[in-house]
Design a protein around this ligand. Structure first.
Ligand code: TXA
Ligand code: MG
Length: 329
């Protein structure tokens, strides 16, 4: 199959909508990362997403909607606090898990009794959902690789496997949506741009479950898998100082290792490759996945990543870094 890339335009959106309506998959930009979408009510189309990504069938998908009324097609019940979260944060990077309607294909829910929904803020994603109806879409990367933040990332992973990518440039946020479950006791399943602090205003008793041991039954099935992992081993340094990081780099280089560095500020370093993520969590989130993907092309033996404070949006960036890392020191 030839994979076409079209710059975002009304014509490209029309073409994508046609493909989606006839049961094909299409990659498109959202404000978080690129998604690989299919008509949520067409099980055969949804299965094409799993095939293209190599995603395990027990990992359910997020369904994207253009209007709050469409949530009623997917959720069996919507608690009042969910409505409040929708009013406060939609359209935007918040996914809400609710009890699922029986009519939602099992391919979407992976057989769970719940459904994850979000209303994207990106104009291309919003327009597609408006034309097609609810669209099931995970991130448009090969399973376990860093999520795509450019059309080129999608092409790298899925060339020849999907018919169309809509190119909307770099995504604004850079890491995936916050996921909160309201199907039982309110629980944060994945940190994102909508922070714990913001959610606690509506959900004072919010529980935080974003890391699970292999043996536990994870609430978000995706959590049990290694994620965001480049091929090159990543070492995450908590509480980094330039001296401490440079000492680690020098020790690796003494053993003839080629070292890549992911850092938040500029200082003298002997690292073979450096990616500056920037001083804030916003900058780090925007640059993180592209940086991991680029460092992975540089024939390095090790990537040393500087940790950042785990508060506010920093919690989301660190969640992705922790899961990319083979070792945390
Ligand atoms: O920002 C985003 O959320 C992007 C864009 C494309 O919208 N989507 C995305 O999907 O990142 P992805 O690839 O992370 O997959 C969905 C995640 C998985 O970790 C999955 O386990 C979890 O959402 N999930 C989906 N349905 C769920 C459910 N019913 N209960 C718990 N977790 C669920
Ligand atoms: Mg993903």
């Amino acid at each position: 199959m030839k994979t076409l890339i079209l710059p975002a335009s009304p014509q490209a959106i029309e073409r994508a909508a046609k493909l989606l309506k006839r049961g094909d998959v299409v990659a498109f930009p959202t404000e978080t990362v690129y998604g690989l979408g299919a008509d949520a009510f067409n099980a055969a189309a949804v299965r094409k997403i799993f095939a293209a990504k190599g995603r395990p069938a027990d990992d359910p998908l997020i369904v994207h909607v253009a209007r709050i009324a469409d949530v009623e097609l997917l959720a069996a019940s919507i608690p009042p606090v969910a409505k409040k979260l929708m009013d406060a944060f939609w359209p935007g990077p918040l996914t809400i898990v609710l009890p699922a309607k029986k009519s939602v294909p099992e391919a979407v829910t992976a057989g769970l009794q719940t459904i994850a929904v979000r209303m994207p803020a990106h104009p291309v994603a919003a327009a597609l959902c408006g034309l097609v109806g609810p669209i099931a879409a995970p991130s448009a990367n090969t399973f376990s690789k860093p999520s795509p933040t450019t059309a080129a990332h999608v092409l790298h992973d899925l060339q020849g496997k999907i018919p169309l990518i809509i190119d909307g440039g770099n995504t604004a946020i850079g890491v995936e949506s916050t996921i909160v479950s309201l199907a039982g006791a309110p629980t944060l399943l994945r940190p994102g741009k909508i922070t714990v602090e913001q959610l606690k205003k509506f959900l004072p008793a919010l529980k935080i479950v974003t890391q699970v041991k292999e043996s536990q039954k994870p609430l978000a099935p995706g959590m049990k898998y290694k994620h965001y992992a480049p091929r090159t081993p990543v070492v995450l340094v908590l509480k980094p100082t330039p001296e401490r990081v440079q000492t680690l780099i020098a020790a690796e280089q003494k053993r003839k290792k080629h070292v890549g560095l992911l850092c938040s500020g500029i200082y003298h370093t002997t690292a073979d490759r450096v990616m500056l993520l920037g001083p804030t969590a916003d900058a780090a989130a925007k640059n993180l996945f592209a940086a991991l993907r680029w460092l992975d092309t540089q024939k390095l033996d090790i990537i040393i990543a500087e940790g950042l404070p785990e508060k506010g949006f920093g919690l989301a960036v660190m969640n992705r870094l922790r899961r990319a890392a083979g070792k945390i020191i």
